[in-house]
Design a binder for this molecule. Sequence first.
Ligand code: TYD
Length: 203
Amino acid sequence: MFVTFEGLDGSGKTTQVELLRARLEADGREVVTAREPGGTALGEELRKLVLHGGEMTPWAEALLYAAARAELVAEVVVPALARDADVILDRYLDSSVVYQGVGRGLGLEEVLELNLRAVGGLLPDRTFVLALDPARSVARVGGRPDRIERAAESFHASVAAAYERLAELQPERILVLDGSLLPEVLAARIHEELIGHGLRRRL
Ligand code: TYD
């Protein structure tokens, strides 16, 4: 099964990736996880450029994220799914659709199309959006924000609204959950949802 987590920075995605990994492994499954951008040698180089490099045009930004994603899918995701492992990603193409497509104004359809090409059309079985008030996201990031985190609060508000819109467009894949719930409560809800979606135990 291919599962992705989405949401604003500070919404608890990384915690949920780890909690889900633990549950699936306890069920006897092989689990592969990665964060985006990254997860491959080239991807980690691109991550440095796009998050900690200088200013760049919105299309350059979108293409760098798409390049990192193309590499991750070909090198990690497809081989893992082919050997029947589960794959959990901390962000995937929906991030580009909302941050670059809507936040940066490149167009939702245009950025989705670019990314579908980059990944050979591979969509997750299930995507969980952890919804969080944009003001709380900015507060939780704190310390040393990266290039995207430094964007104005209105940028993050448009990203949050775009996630809601995407979920309405693709309700069979994308589920929005309340990111302010206790991590364990959220993890149990996510696991239940995946069982309902056909996840089988392998013990
Ligand atoms: P992330 O790794 O979730 O941030 P952190 O390391 O702070 O937890 O993501 C890095 C940033 O990149 C985040 O602000 C969102 C942004 N991003 C995009 O704008 N487009 C994308 O396609 C992806 C994957 C991330």
